[in-house]
Design a protein around this ligand. Sequence first.
Ligand code: HAM
Length: 416
Amino acid sequence: MERLPGFRDFYPEPLPGNEPWSCDARQYIFDTWRSVARRYGFREYDGPPLEPLELYTNKSGNEIVGQLFNFIDKGERAVSMRPELTPTVARMVATSERAYKKPIKWFALPQLFRYEKQQKGRLREHFQFNCDIFGEQANAADAEIIALLIDSLRSFGLTAEDFVLRLSSRQAWQGFYEARNPDASKAYEFYQVVDKIEREKPEISREKLAPLGISYDDVVSFIQKSEPTPELQAVLDNLAARGLSDFVKTDYGVIRGLAYYTGVVFEAFDRKGEFRAIAGGGRYDNLIKLVSNGKVDLPALGFGMGDVVLLELLKVRGKLPKFSANLNAFMMIEDETLRAESLSLIQQLREGGLLVDYSLTPTKGDKQFKRAQELGSKFTVRLEKSDTGTIAVVKNLQTRQEERVNPSEVATKLKS
Ligand code: HAM
């Protein structure tokens, strides 16, 4: 029985066959994401993986709606697996914002589902680091969320030579559109053409722009100029004060495909342009109002960073640590008459918080030693009978040095 296309198994390392995804790497990415978000004062939340279909239709935009894993449940409800978290968090904030002081700063690590064509950097499920701020209109919030995105990538050892954030502005594009076409109902159609312009053949973009009364060359020249709006300049100045200017550039080639963005928008890419977007986000000041049917009106902004492209990039740049069971000790039981005493010591060490493993059944000494090495154990511990009682032989597997100590001192030895 094979797994579905675009879905992943997460094995522990070392990985079997050509499997690229390990649970160790996933945990490392989650731990790093969590620690950066907390450094910025963000609190963790989550929502349901299954939502009413209606939450996505008309809010996220056509592209994502075409990719929904949706179905009718046994209660005749039209439902969908979540393709993104933003509509969910907008609903949560709209429902409960009064219980929280503003600005609300929240992060989450949801698994998301999109029925996409499986390709490099795009699968049918992925984990996405979401960080959002609610209730802050000032550009200081845009700069804060962008700094958090930069620091999230830096925390994996990536530098300004590895990635860049392309900053843009929906407002700038809105101004561009309104000056050329008074029909506001077609604006999103135009944004979608701009969103695809880099990947599309010029003739096709030209053809799509013609009925909107907009010239391709006009769009290309606007992108080439990419003159920062005052709001974008304020964000750039804020980032410069933090010494983060090297990580960003103004680039109107980015506009974001999702429908709800209203202000500063951005995407993170690898510098060499070999991969799909690592992360994307921006301001979406109208979504909460839309989700709450006009009852709550709160400005909002944030980003999502997927684990798929991130891991591909970390691998290629050699930034992933080596993963193993990371045991503190492997208990070697070579003399079976000492098994009970060994179990007692193992129990005591584990209760003390140490990571300890051993052979469940009688096994040759050399096999036990090999296993200790495979598991990346720092030490082996072996009990031995002596004239004065039982003693423990603690061996450091890196230096190969052995020390004989009283069994009660093993924990302290391993921790030192
Ligand atoms: P998005 O651009 O659709 O934005 O996704 C954000 C990131 O998730 C992408 O840059 C990419 O790394 C990853 N991603 C998206 N789809 C896939 C896929 N099929 N396979 C692998 N990775 C994928 C959003 O989802 C917005 N809701 C983000 C946001 C949060 N905006 C404001 N707050």
